[in-house]
Design a protein around this ligand. Sequence first.
Ligand SMILES: [Zn+2]
Length: 54
Amino acid sequence: MSLLDYAMKLIGGASTTTVTCPHCGLKSSHPTSKIRLKQAMLCPGCKALFVAPR
Ligand SMILES: [Zn+2]
């Protein structure tokens, strides 16, 4: 685990939520802190960057 991952876990409280990719429809879990801050998430299926609608 990298230091950045560790820091993100601390900040995000390690809580994740399932987000559906708007491009391929694949569901993947992402930290809720990223969604709250409207940061781009990488789809593990099609490698597309997208921002969760909410
Ligand atoms: Zn996708």
